[in-house]
Design a protein around this ligand. Structure first.
Ligand code: GLC
Ligand code: GLC
Length: 809
């Protein structure tokens, strides 16, 4: 069942009922000011850091789920109240539509001939959200209504805001100035930032105190002020500051009126904080308001935003006969990659923005799907991430985007982390040719006194694995590897401690075949970089170590039909036919296949056949089988989940693309594409009632076959699935991948997708690639500008030039 449809022309998903199976959200902003907005106008926004600079309040795990956001109440002269976003009042509408587009959301509700549209977006380069409200009288009678706005401020620190009430309820402060409400909580002391909400017209009244607006015993759906039809002009003092304006709107038949509301964030230099004692300096705020005081200005900013997105998306353009594939590749997958790059795993409808900052491993992987969009930002991110690495090559698992400092509560010890830095950096250099980044001086643990070149950081990442090998010569897992829930050194027996960070036993036995696969896959990138820096011996040495690791995997990491997962603390196998549960895991099958460990000797084929036989389901490939039925002290969090959910045999979408890529290495394009279609959201639109999350973005997990709700997705938006599926589809299925000296062209997608073309911009040149697709399993012939070439690398052309590529595949 569907709840809307794609509008490919406008690059929008159009939701046609407020009653979707879950709140379907969008993100506004892609630089510093970010907003989350649901199809019912719920959500919140923040400046740079969802925890430390939260602007609007949002209550997670609320009842109902999606309450609080940017609300507009329409009060009719007869006392009736409704909202164009349906929520929170829930008066039935004659029609409802929400269009989630690239960086904006447009919600339109109609009732009895009055149409009210909210357009919300964050203009490019601006620290503010525009809420443009257009009321249109589509009837033949004059109409008079009062419009009330409402949003609720968060007291900046989102964690404090939800916990420290003995303080919070006394600290809220506002200033009112004409149509503008300024929120200045803690501005009198250490903060030099405030927020404001304004509208470009004279208001009939305002409210800034929540209780005065709603009534103490009322919810957002029944504000007493709206009911009465008149603002109370309340001035908040402590308790909960809000911003609400009211405007009387009179519309002749056919007439429409547009109001521009603006929610802005301002930082003042310390010495310019005050206009006079106790009165905030509003100069910057007023300058910002002047930029958005007319509908024309809003329109111009909106067009700029759209132009910006068309520019971004033009670096990879597919034209094929499969409209769902086009949608994923051209619009929604790169769009999600932008969001995961910006947010890491911090703020979504499933991530509170409080718990986690930027992940070391996550952010490096997010780069893979983002680097072609804005390479300069990827560069900056790489430096930020590397700055949280320790001198021994290990790394903080997470860091806070505002301070860029590692989080001490989680610390380090996730032994896969360091290698991802090599992968992210290599992808950046392949995309840009910017080898100079390797010479950047980057601190360790943010200590300016202890710096080394980025190349040295990568070297320490590489050798961190070598210095931490276990009894079989395989990498030690530490607290966990990619699978955060495989905690082989933790042995947590009490519920009041973390699975990852408590009770790490001093032991150097638990080993990860997954990290071994990573080492073999990523190690050659390090060797290639060393070689290009003239370090021939180092490159040679690295290649030997990689070869040795590959041999070790085949010797100690092979279970007969598939790759093992790990050795536990006691040296017992994990992910083996000898185990009762958890006999086969997807991660090493995918990663060791991508690394080509045993490709010639048939191991890869065997492993992927085992995946097909044992892990594949109707809705995607599950993480392992059989699911753990009970808690295993020696395995940790993985066995804590009920069978079929999350890491315990859920369909963890992040690692499905590794198998897809592995299949393309074998030349099995049909199989690869079939796996792709099982989890790519555009192909799941028809089963939205089962899948439940947004049909335009990936979710982290879909419940596996052991789960009661097989096929139901959770944790949409913020997942490494976005980046990896973009890599899988753009670089392996469609087969266009930047390499060191040219674009590699090797499509392998099976016969189902007829001939297609790809326009790829890379290093300033444009490659027009026409593929005659007969599904030859990765066997291709190429012509570049009319001339046949050997192999599959199209050499990089000068910036500004256009290269014509014909490919038979
Ligand atoms: C989550 C984490 C990611 C981890 C994965 C598997 O998605 O963000 O870092 O690799 O879970 O545990
Ligand atoms: C990963 C897992 C999640 C786990 C978390 C612990 O994100 O997906 O299940 O709770 O790591 O840090």
């Amino acid at each position: 069942m569907r709840y809307g449809h794609f509008d490919d022309e406008r690059k929008e998903y159009v939701i046609t009922t407020p009653k979707t199976p879950y709140p379907w959200i969008n993100y506004l902003g892609s630089e510093r000011f970010f907003g989350l907005i649901s199809h019912q106008a719920g959500g919140y926004c923040f400046y740079r850091d969802a925890r430390l600079r939260r602007i609007l309040r949002f209550r997670y795990n609320n009842v109902p789920t999606d309450v609080g956001g940017r609300y507009f109440y329409v009060r009719e002269t007869n006392g009736e109240v409704w909202c164009p976003s349906f929520a929170p009042v829930k008066t039935e509408l004659d029609s409802f539509e929400c269009r989630h587009g690239l960086g904006y959301t447009r919600i339109t509700g109609k009732r009895r001939g009055l149409s009210v549209e909210l357009l919300a977006f964050v203009p490019h380069g601006v620290d503010a959200e525009v809420h443009q409200v257009t009321l249109k009288n589509e009837s033949d009678k004059p109409r008079e209504v009062t419009l009330f706005s409402l949003l609720e401020f968060c007291l900046w620190n989102a964690h404090e805001d939800q916990t420290n009430f003995q303080r919070n309820l006394s600290t809220g402060e506002v200033e009112i100035d004409g149509s503008t409400i300024y929120h200045k909580h803690e501005y009198r002391e250490r903060r030099n930032h405030y927020a404001f909400y304004t509208v470009n017209q004279k208001v009939a009244g305002f409210d800034s105190d929540r209780e005065s607006f709603l009534g103490l015993y009322n919810g957002f759906h029944e504000p007493q002020v709206v009911k009465a039809g008149k603002s109370s002009n309340s001035v908040a003092s402590g308790w909960s500051p809000i911003a609400s304006q009211s405007l009387d709107v009179k519309l002749a038949p056919g007439e429409s009126k547009t109001l521009v509301f603006l929610l802005g964030y301002i930082e003042n230099p310390k010495e310019e904080k005050w206009e006079k004692p106790g009165v905030i300096n509003k100069t910057r705020a007023k300058a910002l308001m002047a930029q958005f005081s007319t509908a024309e200005q809003v329109q111009a900013a909106f067009e700029k935003l759209q132009a910006q997105w068309s520019g971004l998306l033009s670096s990879y353009k597919l034209t094929s006969s499969d409209e769902k594939l086009n949608r994923m590749v051209n619009v929604w997958n790169p769009y999600q990659c932008m969001v995961t790059f910006n947010m890491s795993r911090s703020a979504s409808y499933f991530e509170s923005g409080i718990g986690r900052g930027m992940g070391f491993r996550d952010s490096n992987q997010d780069l893979l799907g983002f680097v072609h969009l804005v390479p300069e930002r990827a560069r900056e991110r790489i430096i930020d991430i590397a700055s949280t690495q320790f001198p021994d090559g290990s790394a903080y698992h997470q860091y806070q985007p505002l301070t860029k400092r590692g989080n001490n509560d989680v610390g380090s010890g996730f032994n896969d982390d360091p290698l991802w830095l090599i992968l992210g950096t290599a992808a950046y250099i392949k995309e840009t040719g910017d080898f100079g980044i390797l010479d950047e001086e980057v601190p360790f643990d943010n200590d300016e006194k202890n710096k080394a070149s980025l190349f040295e950081h990568l070297k320490r990442s590489f050798y961190h694995v070598m210095e931490n090998l276990g009894p079989h010569g395989l990498p030690l897992i530490g607290r966990a590897d990619w699978n955060d829930c495989l905690n082989l050194n933790c042995f947590s027996e009490t519920p009041d401690e973390s699975y990852q960070t408590t009770g790490n036993r001093v032991g150097r036995t638990a080993e990860s075949i997954f990290i071994a696969g990573m080492f073999v896959h990523i190690g050659p990138e390090y060797a290639a970089l060393a070689e290009r820096r003239g370090l021939k011996e180092e490159a040679q040495k690295a290649r030997e170590l990689v070869k040795k690791m590959s041999d070790t995997v085949l010797e100690h990491g092979w279970d007969g039909e598939w790759y093992l997962r790990a050795y536990d603390f006691f040296g017992k196998k994990v992910g083996s036919k000898e185990c009762e549960d958890g006999q086969i895991f997807i991660e090493p099958q995918g990663y060791c296949s991508m690394a080509g460990i045993g490709l010639e000797s048939g191991h890869v084929k065997k492993a992927l056949d085992s995946v097909k036989a044992r892990l594949d389901t109707k809705y995607g490939i599950v993480l392992q089988q059989p699911a753990y039925k009970e808690y295993h002290l020696e395995l940790g969090e993985i066995s804590s989940y009920p069978p079929g959910y999350k890491e315990n045999a859920g369909i963890f979408c992040h690692n499905n693309p590794w198998v897809i890529i592995g299949e393309t290495l074998l030349g099995r394009g049909e199989q690869a594409f079939e796996y792709y279609k099982k989890i790519a959201p555009a192909y799941l639109e028809e089963i939205s009632d089962v899948h439940r999350t947004e049909p335009y973005v990936y979710s982290q997990m879909i419940a596996g076959k052991d789960a009661v709700r097989h096929g139901e997705a959770k944790n949409s938006w913020l997942t490494g699935t976005a980046a990896w599926n973009f890599v899988a589809v753009s670089q392996h299925l469609l087969g266009v991948k930047p390499e060191w000296d040219g674009l590699s062209v090797r499509p392998c997608i099976g016969k189902d997708v007829a001939d297609f073309t790809i326009e790829r911009r890379c290093r300033g040149a444009t490659y027009k690639i026409r593929v005659k697709n007969q599904g030859r399993g990765g066997k291709i012939t190429l012509k570049v500008n009319g001339k046949a070439i050997d192999g599959n690398i199209v050499p990089y052309a000068a910036a500004g030039s256009t290269v014509d590529v014909e490919c038979e595949a």
